[in-house]
Design a protein around this ligand. Structure first.
Ligand SMILES: Nc1nc2c(c(=O)[nH]1)N[C@H]1C(S)=C(S)[C@@H](COP(=O)(O)O)O[C@H]1N2
Ligand SMILES: [Mo]
Length: 154
């Protein structure tokens, strides 16, 4: 018998990622929308001490699609903006926009739909953030449902 937590997203086909807040184009992306976007693979060391590969869409691409102030618009007052990531279990993490922009960093954070070559399972998926280059995987949050752009000055 298969048990799912009541707040788990039931299956990948019905899953959505909502992008809202300080954006010019609020978005709701389905798994099918994400499949058609450019994918990148990153490697992250898990709590098991082993490296695992995650493939997904770079966050910068999703934020640009929503009209977030990235690239040459990410300067001055826009540098106080940040991304709040919300998960189905209530877990939340933040990133400053500069942490996600290729004009500031070479590090690529992805919204992954694939883990070690397979779709991410129901416990952790269908979407998981993959944050390479950190000493612990605490910001690599699973069961991501929502991205909200906020401004720390508000
Ligand atoms: N949605 C969600 N993501 C989460 C967490 C959580 O509680 N909820 N815990 C984080 C923490 S603190 C760690 S250390 C890693 C553990 O991931 P791992 O089991 O793949 O090493 O998941 C992170 N992602
Ligand atoms: Mo952790």
């Amino acid at each position: 018998m298969l048990f799912l937590r009541s707040n788990a997203q039931p299956n990948a086909a019905k899953a959505y990622i909502k992008v809202s807040g300080e954006v010019t184009k609020p978005l709701t992306l389905s798994a099918a929308d994400l499949v058609n976007m450019k994918h990148t693979t990153v490697s992250i060391r898990g709590r098991d001490g082993k490296d695992h590969s995650y493939t997904g869409v770079p966050l910068q691409i999703i934020l640009e699609l929503a009209g977030v102030t990235m690239g040459n618009k990410l300067r001055g007052e826009n540098l106080s903006k940040y991304l709040l990531v919300k998960c189905a279990d209530g877990y939340e993490v933040v990133f400053s926009l500069a942490e996600l922009d290729s004009s500031f960093t070479n590090r690529i954070i992805v919204l992954a739909d694939t883990y070690d070559g397979k779709p991410i399972d129901a416990e952790r998926g269908p979407f998981q953030l993959a944050v390479p280059g950190e000493k612990k995987p605490a910001r690599s949050c699973f069961r991501v449902t929502e991205f909200i752009i906020k401004d720390a000055r508000d």
